[in-house]
Design a protein around this ligand. Structure first.
Ligand SMILES: Cc1cc2nc3c(=O)[nH]c(=O)nc-3n(C[C@H](O)[C@H](O)[C@H](O)COP(=O)(O)O)c2cc1C
Length: 200
């Protein structure tokens, strides 16, 4: 078991939006005493089965190990919306977690999701649901974002009650709006508080 409890912020990001969101979620986690954020990513997958990733990524967070997942106190899972679903590299990583499922390592731990899409109605909520499904199988407790976060009402871009999101339009690129940043932070803070409560 790791020395101090942590929320694992685990994501796949090809063009940086999700990586940017992860930083804001970490900010929210780190507002809560007694728990910290650990940011990890998953490697890309290749259509050529023999191709492998280098042991360390060229940039960004280290790749996640299964031990880092099994030892987390809570999980924030992030993926771009690809055709209304999580991206294949993240699904590929999750599909390697059957030993954790068999031993119940993630049961009763809080989980949440965050996503980014390039169109307003291009499947953000559906993608968040696709991330929720395997985590429910793992026995995790899914957390959305309650409407006490007023940015859910005022946003004109990303942000859903199912989880934080970002509208990555060509003009905004990876720059999150004020509302999107606030909702990422709120989500990080909420999962950290719930993880501390569930472990007290
Ligand atoms: C294969 C693929 C499928 C995509 N499907 C959708 C989609 O269904 N709806 C949408 O709005 N954007 C879609 N996008 C755009 C990405 O979701 C968007 O650019 C996202 O912000 C990328 O996140 P990243 O910057 O972290 O890589 C797709 C992009 C790719 C490469």
């Amino acid at each position: 078991m790791s020395s101090s409890p942590y929320i694992l912020i685990l994501f796949y990001s090809r063009h940086g939006s999700i990586a940017e969101m992860a930083k804001h979620i970490a900010r929210g986690v780190n507002k809560v005493t007694g728990i910290e954020a650990k940011i990890r990513q998953v490697p890309d997958v290749s259509s050529t089965a023999e191709a492998t990733s280098p042991a360390l990524p060229d940039e960004g967070a280290p790749y996640c190990t299964l031990d880092e997942l099994s030892e987390c106190t809570g999980l924030a899972l992030g993926s771009p919306s690809y055709f209304g679903s999580m991206a294949a590299p993240l699904k590929h990583f999750i599909d390697q977690t059957s030993t954790l499922w068999m031993t119940g390592q993630l049961i009763d731990k809080p989980a949440c999701g965050f996503t980014s899409a390039s169109t307003m109605h291009g499947g953000q909520e559906q993608c968040l649901h696709s991330m929720m499904t395997p985590l429910i199988h793992h026995g995790m407790v899914w957390l959305g974002l309650p409407y006490k976060n007023k940015e859910l009402i005022s946003t004109t871009s990303g942000g859903t009650p199912y989880g934080a999101s970002h509208l990555a339009s060509s003009t905004q690129e990876n720059n999150l709006t004020t509302e999107e940043k606030a909702l990422c932070e709120a989500q990080g803070e909420r999962i950290a508080k719930m993880a501390v409560k569930l472990n007290s």
